[in-house]
Ligand binder design. Sequence first.
Ligand SMILES: Cc1cc2nc3c(=O)[nH]c(=O)nc-3n(C[C@H](O)[C@H](O)[C@H](O)COP(=O)(O)OP(=O)(O)OC[C@H]3O[C@@H](n4cnc5c(N)ncnc54)[C@H](O)[C@@H]3O)c2cc1C
Length: 311
Amino acid sequence: MQRIAIIGAGVAGLTCGVTFAERGHRTTIFAREVGRQTTSSVAAAIWFPYDAEPAERVIAWSLESYRILRELVAISGTGVSLVELRCFARAGELPIPEWAHSLGAKRLHTNDVFTSGYKVEVPVIDTSIYLDYLTRRYSAAGGELLHGAALRDFADVPAEFEVVVNCSGLGARQLAGDAELEPHRGQVVVVEKFAMPFAAVCDDPPLMYAIPRTNDCVLGGTNTISDNCTPDPADTELILREVELALGCSLPPIREVRVGLRPYRKSGIRLARTSAADHRPLIHNYGHGGSGFTVAWGCAGAVLALLNGRD
Ligand SMILES: Cc1cc2nc3c(=O)[nH]c(=O)nc-3n(C[C@H](O)[C@H](O)[C@H](O)COP(=O)(O)OP(=O)(O)OC[C@H]3O[C@@H](n4cnc5c(N)ncnc54)[C@H](O)[C@@H]3O)c2cc1C
């Protein structure tokens, strides 16, 4: 068993934390921010491979996560449930991706707004419940979490840790000096819960989604390259207009408007074993873009394999 330091307490760091701690590794998470302060807390989040590369690896990690998330549906307090996801296109024919075929996707009838679409049953992860669930599960397995631990360099991780796992999301721009990372700004409007028996996504521009959760509904969205985390009223208006058009109903009152920066990496998710300047093994796991929840368990399994010396 090894002494492992994980940098980051978003969905990537917490999922790795649970994976290692439950296998008996002595694990400590170092995190500048936790919970609502993280990008992970802004996501709705629906299981849906989106805005992350390379496609082949993303789909493999996503399907592995799908399997584990489905198991969590049966456990109370996880915030994971199953929902019918309806994917639409506003123009042309939307092909059913291979991964959706493998999950039993079916064609949808079109209407005045959409020219084609399909439906498929997927997990929806209520981040307002799930991040706390992961944190509790991690602590119960003996994991330690140090909040407010902002690292400037991998060498800041104390020498007692034999392995460092970097799950710092967009923070890897500075920490790993990675110029490949791009902030893909996403704004969401959280509204009061209303009767919505399915989730809807249209990812031809303007991006539109509506996701029912346990206590509210999350409406989105935007995807532009920007570091600006301040909500934009024009984006709010656009989101509400597109969702109303798609669902054909008026929406309940707004609870809050939030912005998060998807950690997109141009050359693809970085999941690789390297060495830090002090020769300690350093495993990177960041750059999950718009799919952090969708790939988290698959990626954590791949990090574990790298820890054990397998590719
Ligand atoms: C609006 C929006 C909607 C989304 N919807 C979905 C969805 O439906 N489905 C889906 O799968 N994904 C979705 N995503 C994407 C998902 O949220 C991200 O891919 C995911 O949150 C990334 O997780 P992470 O743990 O890598 O990063 P983060 O959540 O950003 O966590 C990074 C952690 O690293 C820490 N850190 C960074 N630098 C340092 C440092 N130097 N020292 C110490 N700690 C450091 C931070 O404090 C934080 O704890 C969405 C994102 C947005 C913005």
